[in-house]
Design a protein around this ligand. Structure first.
Ligand code: PLP
Length: 285
């Protein structure tokens, strides 16, 4: 991001703060330990998509990390201030990031803010398709769900590994990654959920030890209305050579069809248009 990218920051009292104004102390545990939680919702033309689901997940993440319960009304105030101040004509698609850190190391309140940023052209291009590599996450899914200190299901600020996986993908000729367990079960992307088209049925990995995606939830709800189903199942890595297509789902990018896996081309699912419409991808409706 360059300095010319418009970004807005709001505090939980609803006041706007210039993005260049420092908000954190140097000893804030969110910075020095990645100790905190966040969530990201998409916003289109003045409307925040599924804000209650993101506030619910922020609260769940905070509970998992034993952080103070996020001030829901405060985040709603901050988001309302950002929505009111954003230039929707110039940037019709944006994301809003909600952050709560544990605060200063030797005591003090949690540090909380919300930030709005435009969806970048790079992210918009991902809607045309992404090449992925499959990367070993190093432990089994069930193990993670039984080890609370690994924070399964929390969106914590410790995203260093997730970002490293994306860098690894980019350094190796791809755009993104899919994590797999050592025994070969597909999980999720570093910042996305995985859905595959298996003989015309939409299937997504069981939620053991992975983040519940709000975009996936929206797809499930819309699919049910459209008479399609999205089911959870164990997906072995080899399934990727049998699918009719596959997608990465996440709030900002919404849905990105997977073009190739480890350099091997994947077909585009005949359901792609329908999936994009169900997720209200701009231009697909
Ligand atoms: N899984 C992980 C690890 C993520 O970080 C994200 C979002 O960033 C997702 C899945 C997708 O979640 P959502 O659809 O709520 O954006």
């Amino acid at each position: 991001m360059t300095a010319s990218v418009p970004q807005l920051v709001a505090l939980l009292d609803g006041s706007l703060v210039d993005v260049e104004t420092p908000l954190l102390r140097a000893d804030d545990l969110g910075v020095v330990r990645g100790d905190g939680v966040f969530d990201v919702a998409s916003c289109r033309a003045g409307h925040v998509i599924d804000l209650p689901a993101h506030l619910d997940r922020l609260a769940t993440s905070a509970r998992i990390l034993s952080l103070p319960e996020p001030d829901r009304a405060g985040y709603e105030r901050a988001v309302a201030a950002l929505v009111a101040a954003w230039d929707w004509d110039a940037h019709p698609e944006a994301t809003v990031r909600l952050v709560e850190t544990r605060g200063p190391e030797f005591g003090g309140d949690a540090t909380c803010w919300a930030m709005m940023q435009p969806v970048s052209d790079a992210v918009l291009r991902e809607r045309e398709g992404v090449r992925v590599v499959v990367l070993d996450r190093g432990h089994e899914a069930e193990e993670t769900s039984e080890l609370p200190w690994l924070l399964p299901g929390a969106k914590s600020l410790s995203y260093g590994i997730n970002m490293a996986a994306k860098r690894w993908a980019k350094a190796n000729g791809a755009d993104d990654a899919i994590f797999v367990t050592p025994s070969g079960r597909l999980l999720e992307g570093p910042t996305s959920a995985l859905v595959v088209d298996l003989d015309g049925e939409l299937v997504t990995p069981k939620q053991d030890g992975i983040l519940p995606s709000t975009t996936l939830r929206a797809l499930m709800d819309a699919a049910t209305e459209a008479g399609l189903s999205v089911r959870f199942d164990e997906l072995p890595r080899e399934v990727l050579s049998q699918v009719r297509g596959a997608w990465l789902l996440s709030s900002g990018r919404i849905v990105a069809p997977i073009l190739s896996v480890d350099g091997v081309d994947l077909p585009r699912s005949p359901l792609h248009g329908q999936v994009a419409r169900m997720l209200r991808v701009p231009g697909a409706e």
